[in-house]
Design a protein around this ligand. Sequence first.
Ligand code: PLP
Length: 404
Amino acid sequence: MAIYLDHAATTPVRREVVDAMLPYLLEHWGNPSSGHAFGRAARQGLDEAHERLAASLGAEAREIVLTSGGTEANNLALKGVAWASKARGHRIVTTAIEHHAVGHSLRYLEKFGFETIELPVDRYGRVDPDELEAAIDDRTILVSVMLANNEVGTIQPIREIAERVHRHRGILLHVDAVQAAPYLPIDMAGLDADLLSIAAHKFEGPKGVGALFVRHGTHLLGQQQGGAQERHRRAGTENVAAAVGMAVAYDLARAEQAETVERLGVLRERLAAPILAVPGVELTGHPRDRLPGILSIIARDTDGTSVSQALDLEGIAVATGSACTTGSPEPSHVLAAMGYPDEEARGALRMSLGRTTTDAEIETAAVAIPRSLAMLRLGALAIAADPLGQAGPADRQRGIAARA
Ligand SMILES: Cc1ncc(COP(=O)(O)O)c(C=O)c1O
């Protein structure tokens, strides 16, 4: 049986979610904008999805904009605020470890005269709220900080950050909560953020659907023109079944959150202990303030791609970095910002557990992963010690022992 330890990339859709979606694919398939009975049935499902998702987030239904996922939610938040606030200023403050859906949106906005200030992070991937506040000036319109990082799992001190941002009148705070949503209790009534992004496929909902929370009264310019859907903030016929699925998936995730977080925390530690005991292996990210399911490491003298390929052959799915950077030769911008040189970042591996991860899977992985890491590391050291393969086995062993 294959073992899936890549839940930060995506999660399987749960049965209850599929069951809730099916009637909107097979029976109530009308266009929710149509005035007839077919349309009204679809509209009802769509309205209920807005309401249910809003209730789980401590928001109002009108504050939820459905999108095609986390990437679009982030694009809409940044570009929508930037263009709507252009007359007030052009500076946007962010961090060096954001997902590319934020980072690359900002690079795009720079082409139109917006200025981005990218804050550094510490060795654990945390932003200093004092440094963040110092970067805010009277031309600043927006601050965008992720709630938890997708590569190393580090959680940001978001309440402190929100408090600093809102000391300055008129500056908006966007939070990318895509990775955090399944595990941290998000309550928009208590969290002082103006915009917040989520994506259903990270919490056992369908792919290709997400939401942007936009606090009532926030000025946002829609980035997709056409019909009047989503209160003019996102044109295009809504994917009703996906919206229903997302609302159900998030509701279930919230209801089971405390239990899931506790169980995953225990399983992660069980997996971490033998892996971190392998010589040359180090934990990346914050030792405590991290998502419960993410175990990210650097294994010196190996490369993550070789390890993940070897594990794939054994039926264990892990990631070298985030899914979006796999296959790209660029080293992780997150690890670089945390101070890891390229040659160390090459050895990055991310194992991410999810609600459906079992004790038996972790028991197997806790043997197989350290074994692969140790073997590949020894192989790499042997090649480094004797690149032309001229030494005898005893010499090679001595070379490895000297380096290990
Ligand atoms: C932190 C973060 N933001 C945004 C995204 C993009 O979300 P989506 O895949 O739904 O476009 C991801 C996906 O991995 C993510 O982890």
